[in-house]
Design a protein. Structure first.
Length: 401
């Protein structure tokens, strides 16, 4: 029995007239009559009877008409699903996310994917990079969100973005007075980072960038996720290393960026070479389209990353500081960047006492409203204010790379 003949019979059953059914199907009436006869021959039953008023369905024909409608609808959906899987607009995509995507790059990508292809099903799970790669090698997933570099020649990857690594330290730490830290500043303190086994190549990249040949002499403690790193720093166990996007305000802690070109880790979509399914192909196309749109933003990010380094660029590491520290820059000299919590907090802290001093001078009727403090008192006041740096928090969920 051919599906095409079922389609012809459904038209006859709905029109109850061979002439109208033939016109609807764009067939001649004799051709349609011949197809219905062949269908009756295939089934061995009579499906309809012609009369002076048109066509009447037999009981067998009425049953076939109801079932045939459902069968034809299901066939149309099946054909659509098969074509969607073939061209990547449908089907199932199995994906592993990374727990340390503090910028939410993967989630934003998946939202764009399901918005564009609502018929596609995404089965997502979450793990650290090494676990994601093991699932990819086993064929359990189609692709994985990972921290890069990977050091794997058998994988293809599309970069989603990069995340800057910053230092997290107690606000009472001597290094907290500096706007930016030099790599050598961390040599004298224990460092807290996630375990190397979670993303070996990415871990080695950060440690090598920060410490170079001195990496073997650095005391590194390991915590499994971002929240544990923050808790260890709050407990005074050392200086933490975290993605900048995963650090918000938390009482008693501050974040400090590094001078020069800061260390970064990438976030990428990775898959086995030669195993790009149609659904994965659609996802990669979205990543590539996002890269093209983000080129202009990268230029602005580079300019922002270079800003704010004056004042700490030529400072020797903390262990080599002279007894008399350089005078901090005044608020009007600082590079205040809207949207940068460090710049906004530091500026607000310095502006506040100046307004208080001006009000006091007005009340006391002083002739010279901007009389400078003695030099030693001025330095102490500025250093005390600078100690009150921006604090980071734990409202974002931490996790493994």
């Amino acid at each position: 029995m051919q599906l095409e003949r079922l389609d012809y019979f459904v038209a006859v059953a709905e029109e109850l007239h061979f002439g109208r059914a033939a016109a609807r199907l764009h067939l001649s009436q004799p051709a349609l009559s011949q197809q219905i006869k062949r269908l009756e021959s295939d089934l061995g039953v009579t499906l309809c009877v012609r009369s002076a008023h048109g066509v009447e369905l037999t009981p067998a024909g009425a049953v076939l008409a109801d079932s045939a409608r459902d069968l034809l609808t299901r066939y149309a959906l099946l054909r659509s699903d098969v074509r969607a899987v073939a061209d990547g607009s449908g089907g199932t995509l199995r994906l592993a996310l990374t727990r340390s995507d503090g910028e939410g790059m993967a989630r934003s990508l998946l939202t764009a994917l399901t918005d564009r292809y609502p018929e596609m099903t995404v089965e997502a799970e979450s793990g650290w990079t090494a676990w994601n790669l093991a699932s990819l090698d086993a064929g359990d997933i189609d692709a994985a969100i990972v921290r890069t570099p990977l050091g794997r020649a058998d994988l293809e990857q599309a970069t989603l973005g990069t995340s800057e690594i910053v230092a997290v330290l107690p606000s009472s730490h001597p290094l907290a007075r500096h706007r930016r830290l030099q790599r050598g500043d961390l040599l004298a303190s224990p460092v807290i980072f996630w375990p190397r086994r979670q993303a070996p190549a990415a871990y080695d990249s950060v440690i090598s960038d920060l410490f170079g040949a001195a990496a073997d002499s650095v005391r590194i403690a390991h915590e499994p996720d971002g929240e544990s790193i923050l808790a260890a720093v709050a407990a005074g166990r050392g200086i933490g290393l975290l993605d900048r996007g995963r650090t918000t305000r938390r009482r008693g802690l501050v974040t400090r960026r590094f001078t020069g070109t800061p260390p970064h880790l990438g976030v990428a979509l990775a898959w086995k070479s030669g195993r790009r399914s149609p659904a994965l192909r659609r996802l990669v196309e979205l990543v590539d389209a996002g890269d093209e749109e983000g080129d202009e933003d990268d230029v602005e990010d580079d300019d922002e990353a270079r800003g704010g380094e004056r004042g700490d660029r030529d400072r020797p590491p903390v262990g080599e500081l002279a007894h008399d520290r350089p005078h901090p820059r005044q608020p009007h000299e600082r590079n205040h960047r809207k949207g940068d919590p460090e710049a906004e907090d530091d500026l607000a802290e310095h502006e506040r006492p100046r307004r208080v001093d001006a009000d006091r001078e007005n009340r006391e009727g002083r002739e010279h409203r901007h009389r400078p403090l003695p030099h030693d008192r001025h330095i102490d006041a500025q250093e005390a204010l600078h100690d009150r740096g921006p604090r980071i928090g734990s409202d974002r969920r931490g996790g493994e790379p």
